[in-house]
Write a protein that binds this ligand. Structure first.
Ligand code: FES
Length: 89
């Protein structure tokens, strides 16, 4: 399990789950906007990574050309035990 801090609050995310980091955080009450419901096209689930490592960018994310340090939370899982992120939207 990884400890993921979102806007200063801590949550637990299973790195091996089929559910994305976004889905797992939403299930714990984090209000992440997900206009495309995790399809990887809307970018509203974007997060800024302050600390820690996430899984490699998916092809979808590579095509998005996100600003440096930002990831789509519907396309990744934590890689390190501690991750600190901020919601962009
Ligand atoms: S929910 Fe739309 S890109 Fe992640």
């Amino acid at each position: 399990m990884a400890n993921v801090t979102v806007n200063g609050k801590s949550y637990t995310v299973d790195p091996n789950s089929d559910a994305s980091m976004m889905d797992q955080l939403k299930a714990q009450g984090v209000e992440i906007v997900a206009a495309c419901n995790g399809a990887g096209i809307c970018q509203t689930c974007a997060v800024k990574v302050n600390e820690g490592e996430l899984t490699e960018k998916t092809e979808t994310e590579e095509m998005m050309d996100l600003p440096d340090g930002q990831r789509l939370s519907c396309q990744c899982h934590p890689k390190s035990e501690e991750v600190d992120i901020e919601l962009v939207y």
